[in-house]
Design a protein around this ligand. Structure first.
Ligand SMILES: Cc1ncc(COP(=O)(O)O)c(C=O)c1O
Length: 336
């Protein structure tokens, strides 16, 4: 991810726990023990596990600032700046901004360089929730696509998403590895026999003591296939999503929400508002009932939206063609 030496990481059960440890670390570094006046900024497209993690980390609802997004669902930097200033003027302590590197709804990437500039000016910790999008940095063009991620203070990654591994594999990277230790380290006399003098164990860096051997599950596929295989797969998923977008955009029965920023294609049936909301779930049901692909749905601005997310190592061109064909046929059957 381009972090400097001195960065450290932990493997977690998933993005939710990674985001939790990131918030606890930022809180510990920037606010100390009395932190109820701290403010956390994020866009309205942020995964709900971030607000949940903030709550579990002890923050009241009054600490949370859900900010507006632009037409491509990216956080609007001016609103961040404005919200920080208002909070400061009101005596609060702005301390953390959580930026999306691949939102769940549409794969939107928040403007990291602008967010970093504002955050630096005001002394905020920048956490990237790259649970879904982070590993696309390995694809050709990835560093430019995810520009700024290397300057963040912490990054959540999900190997069980972007490295195609089985569930139960999340990761958190922290630029200043010492911060992770300062926030999590604790000890007791009954662990004295296993604690090595002067060295940090994973229990010193995470909420867990006993834990799974997650490292093996990440290391083995990388050793067996090499990182090049993952780069190729990630590049393929990006291009398949772009292909699916082009195909669906060419069909007048679909209304596309955006060009894919990563590997999610979000769209609606092109029909009057209520009809599209009524027929969308039926379209999804029919396509999934063919048991060739599994598409999902969401609601955005109160409207029903279908999602095609290409993120399995088994999904290649033939399968995405199946998806597009099924969508076309069923949309024709529903709309005529
Ligand atoms: C952007 C984003 N952040 C966080 C999460 C939560 O990750 P996990 O399910 O691994 O806890 C998800 C998806 O689940 C996600 O898409």
């Amino acid at each position: 991810m381009g972090l400097p030496a001195g960065a450290r990481g932990i493997l977690t059960s998933g993005g939710s726990l990674s985001n939790f440890s990131a918030i606890v670390t930022a809180r510990h570094e920037r606010l100390g023990e009395a932190f109820q006046d701290g403010s956390i900024y994020f866009s309205g497209e942020t995964h709900h596990c971030v607000t949940k993690a903030a709550r579990l980390a002890g923050f009241p609802g009054a600490s949370l600032r859900a900010l507006p997004t632009d037409a491509r669902r990216r956080l609007v930097p001016a609103s961040l700046e404005e919200s920080i200033r208002q909070d400061r003027a009101g005596g609060r302590r702005p301390f953390l901004v959580v930026a999306n590197v691949g939102t769940t709804n549409t794969g939107a990437i928040d403007p990291l360089p602008e967010i970093l500039t504002i955050a630096r000016e005001h002394g905020l910790w920048v956490h990237a929730d790259a649970a879904y999008g982070g590993f696309f940095r390995l694809a050709p063009g990835g560093p430019a696509l995810l520009q700024g991620i290397e300057d963040c203070d912490s990054i959540t990654l999900d190997p069980h998403k972007g490295l195609f591994l089985p569930y139960g594999l999340g990761a958190l990277l922290v630029r200043d590895g010492g911060a992770l230790a300062r926030a999590h380290r604790d000890t007791a006399s009954y662990v004295q026999d296993v604690a090595e003098e002067g060295s940090l164990g994973f229990a010193d860096l995470s909420p867990e003591l006993s834990r799974d051997f997650r490292g093996l599950r990440v290391w083995l596929p990388l050793m067996l296939h090499g990182v090049a295989a993952f780069r190729e797969q990630l590049a393929e998923k990006l291009s398949l999503a772009r292909w699916a977008h082009r195909e669906l955009a060419a069909d007048p029965r679909f209304e596309m929400l955006d060009e894919p920023q990563l590997s999610v294609v979000a769209f609606r049936l092109r029909a009057p508002e209520e009809e599209a909301d009524r027929l969308g779930p039926e379209l999804l049901r029919r396509v999934n009932a063919r048991r060739r692909v599994f598409l999902s749905s969401t609601r955005m601005d109160g409207r029903y939206v279908l999602r095609l997310c290409v993120l399995s190592f088994r999904t290649h061109e033939d399968r995405v063609r199946d998806a597009v064909e099924a969508l076309r046929e069923e949309a024709r059957a529903l709309l005529g």
